[in-house]
Design a binder for this molecule. Structure first.
Ligand code: DAH
Length: 338
C-alpha cells in the first residue's frame, strides 16, 4: 500500500507541475486531492486497517497529502495566483464604496467669510476668553454695578465675579488694555446667555465684534465700513438703514437694518409687519469716552467706532434658515446642505 501511495504522489506531483492553466490545475486538484480522490478514500479507510499497518500507512498518506498540497499551491502561484473557486465569485467590476467625508459647518464657513471681508479692509483678528470677569464684560463697557443695562441680558454666573461672556464686546476691552492706538480688530466668537431655547433664542450663539480706534474717526467711517460689509455679505443690492439706538458703551448708538429681501420691504412673516420691511442685523456706535477712560486711552485725543452682530442671525437671514436650533444639533443632513 505504501508503494501505491508513492506512485500516486509522483503522478499527482507531475500533474500539478505540468498544468498549463488554472483550469487544468483545478481538474488535477479535484482528481488528486478532492473528496473522491484515491488519497482521500485511502485516508478515510485507515480505520479498517490492522493497528500496526494503520500507523505506518496513515503517517505516509498524511505526509503525501501535505506535500501535494504544497505542490498545488506552488503551481497556483506559478499560474498567476488564479483564485480558488470561492473567491472567483467576487465581482471586481463593482464600483468601490466611498468613505463618508467630513464637512465644514455652515457657521464656520461664514466666520471664515466674515474674517476675509474685514481682512480686506485692514482689520486683524483678536480673541478673548469665554469665561470673563465682571469688569471686561460689563464694568469697563460703561456698565458699572447696578447699571440697568446689565439686566438686558440674562447672565450665566460661574461664581461671584466670574461669568460666561454675554457678548464679544468684552474683547474690545482686552485688546485696548494691551495695545496702544490705533486699533482695528474684529473678534468673532461664542457668547452665552441664560435664555429659554426656541426658534430664535439659544443659550449659546456667535457674534462678531468690530473696533476701530484712531484720531478723527467719524460716524461716516462706521457707515462706510458696515455698508461694505453688509453688501459683501448679503449682495450688492442690499439697502441699509441706520437708526438711533442705545448701548451703554457707545454714544451715539445705532441699530443697523437691511431691507427685507423676502418681501422687498412690504412686511412679511420674516421681518414682521411692525418692522415695516426692515431686518435688524447689527448694533453699532461711536466708542463712549468712559470706555476709553477705563482702558487708559485719552478720550480728548482718540475717537473710534464699534459694532457687534449675531452670526446665526446673519446666516438665518441669508440662507432662509427658520430655526436657530439646527445650528447646534450636529445633524449631518442639515450640515451637508451647505
Ligand atoms: N454687544 C451688543 C450686544 O450683544 C452688540 C453691540 C452693540 C456691540 C453696539 C457693539 C456696539 O460694539 O457698538 O447686543
Amino acid at each position: 500500500m505504501i508503494r501505491r501511495i508513492d506512485a500516486l504522489e509522483a503522478e499527482a506531483a507531475r500533474a500539478f507541475d505540468e498544468a498549463r492553466d488554472s483550469g487544468a490545475l483545478e481538474q488535477s486538484r479535484v482528481r488528486w486531492l478532492g473528496r473522491k480522490s484515491e488519497l482521500t478514500q485511502l485516508l478515510r479507510g485507515l480505520k479498517d486497517l490492522p493497528a500496526p499497518e494503520r500507523a505506518a500507512v496513515g503517517a505516509r498518506a498524511n505526509r503525501t497529502r501535505e506535500a501535494l498540497e504544497e505542490r498545488y499551491e506552488a503551481a497556483r502561484a506559478r499560474l498567476g495566483g488564479a483564485s480558488p473557486p470561492a473567491a472567483s465569485a467576487r465581482d471586481v467590476t463593482l464600483p468601490g464604496r466611498c468613505l463618508p467625508r467630513g464637512h465644514e459647518h455652515l457657521i464656520s464657513q461664514v466666520l471664515r467669510e466674515i474674517r476675509t471681508i474685514f481682512h480686506g479692509m485692514g482689520f486683524s483678528l483678536a480673541e478673548g476668553p469665554q469665561v470673563e470677569d465682571d469688569r471686561h464684560n460689563f464694568g469697563a463697557l460703561n456698565m458699572p454695578e447696578g447699571h440697568p443695562a446689565r439686566a438686558m441680558t440674562d447672565t450665566f454666573y460661574l461664581k461671584p465675579g466670574a461669568l460666561l461672556r454675554t457678548h464679544t464686546s468684552s474683547v474690545q476691552i482686552r485688546v485696548m488694555e494691551r495695545q496702544a492706538p490705533p486699533v482695528r480688530i474684529i473678534c468673532p466668537g461664542r457668547v452665552f446667555r441664560n435664555e429659554a431655547v426656541d426658534a430664535t433664542h439659544h443659550f449659546e450663539f456667535h457674534q462678531v465684534e468690530g473696533l476701530y480706534v484712531d484720531e478723527n474717526v467719524s460716524l461716516a467711517d462706521l457707515k462706510g465700513t458696515l455698508e461694505h460689509f453688509l453688501k459683501s455679505f448679503f449682495g450688492p443690492e442690499t439697502e441699509i438703514r441706520f437708526s438711533p439706538s442705545y448701548f451703554p458703551f457707545v454714544e451715539p448708538g445705532a441699530q443697523v437694518d437691511i431691507r427685507c429681501f423676502f418681501c422687498g420691504g412690504k412686511g412679511c412673516a420674516v421681518c414682521g409687519p411692525l418692522s415695516e420691511g426692515w431686518l435688524e442685523v447689527l448694533g453699532a456706535g461711536m466708542v463712549h469716552p468712559n470706555v476709553f477712560r477705563a482702558v487708559g486711552y485719552d478720550p480728548e485725543r482718540w475717537t473710534g467706532y464699534a459694532f457687534g452682530a449675531g452670526i446665526e442671525r446673519l446666516v438665518m437671514l441669508r440662507h432662509g434658515v427658520p430655526d436657530l436650533r439646527v445650528f447646534f444639533e450636529s445633524d449631518v443632513r442639515f450640515v451637508r446642505q451647505f
